[in-house]
Design a protein around this ligand. Structure first.
Ligand code: APR
Length: 229
């Protein structure tokens, strides 16, 4: 009897391990859409998470890059690691032609091995207290990214929470700017019909949901559909 205990316990551990892997796989394959912002013209913004943007299958994913375009940590590092060296090679070519990319601007490259078709690299503002044009620059990152995707006839794109990591932008301030500037650009896009905010952690996800709810009270541009409604 005594000898059976470890065996039973091992089987239990194995079952638990399989369960954990299945849950991880499910999470990886089907990131939850928590909220949809539905616009009158059929366009949508989705708020998704917790999720990894490198797994997106949209026309383009947006990279929160730095001005050198030579890669870095955070979402930038994740995108270059998953997409492979072709992305960095094209970034180097772009910098050799136009120089460093200014904050608020965006450029487009191949997506290498990623499922998305293209990567749009934009440079968010470094947060310095809010009185240095950070809001305008952050809005420009979103508008420029949508414009560039549209110029390349892409139907959808996915954003991370630009500037809210290493660049220190408080997410409760960044989220309404990200959503409203994306909504503005989406309204006038010819090809882009869907934008997704793919958020890495629950706190960021909740901040985006709160911002969307607050915005919906002051605009008739969109209505909100929640996942559990
Ligand atoms: N998928 C989605 N979101 C992610 C991922 C991922 N794989 N990895 C990180 N994030 C989230 C972070 O949790 C944060 O909410 O992206 C958001 C932005 O964080 P950063 O990547 O730090 O971007 P940012 O604040 O704009 O700073 C840019 O960081 O690594 C450097 O080269 C980059 O210098 C640049 C700076």
């Amino acid at each position: 009897m005594k000898e059976q205990c470890p065996v039973v316990s091992t089987q239990y551990d194995a079952a638990e391990e399989v369960g954990r892997e299945l849950r991880t796989l499910t999470r990886r394959c089907v990131p939850t859409v928590h909220m949809r912002l539905l616009f009158g013209n059929g366009k949508t913004i989705e708020i998704v998470g917790p999720a990894n943007i490198v797994e997106e299958t949209t026309g383009a994913i947006v990279n929160a890059a730095n001005s050198s375009l030579f890669g870095g940590g955070g979402v930038d590092g994740a995108i270059h690691r998953a997409g492979g060296p072709a992305i960095l090679a094209e970034c180097r070519q772009i910098v050799s032609k136009i120089g460093r990319l200014h904050a608020g601007k965006a450029v487009i490259t191949t997506a290498g091995r990623l499922a998305a078709r293209r990567v749009i690299h934009t440079v968010g503002p470094v947060y310095r207290g809010g009185n240095y044009g950070e809001a305008e620059t952050l809005g420009s990152c979103h508008r420029e990214s949508v414009r560039l995707a549209d110029e390349h006839s892409l139907g959808s794109l996915s954003f991370p929470a630009i500037s809210t990591g290493a660049y220190g932008y408080p997410v409760s301030d960044a989220a309404p700017i990200a959503i409203s500037s994306t909504a503005d650009a989406l309204a006038s896009a010819q090809h882009v019909t869907k934008c997704r905010f793919v958020l890495f952690d629950v706190a960021t996800l909740r901040a985006y949901e709160r911002a969307a709810e607050k915005l919906s009270n002051s605009t008739s541009l969109f209505r909100i559909e929640k996942a559990n409604s």
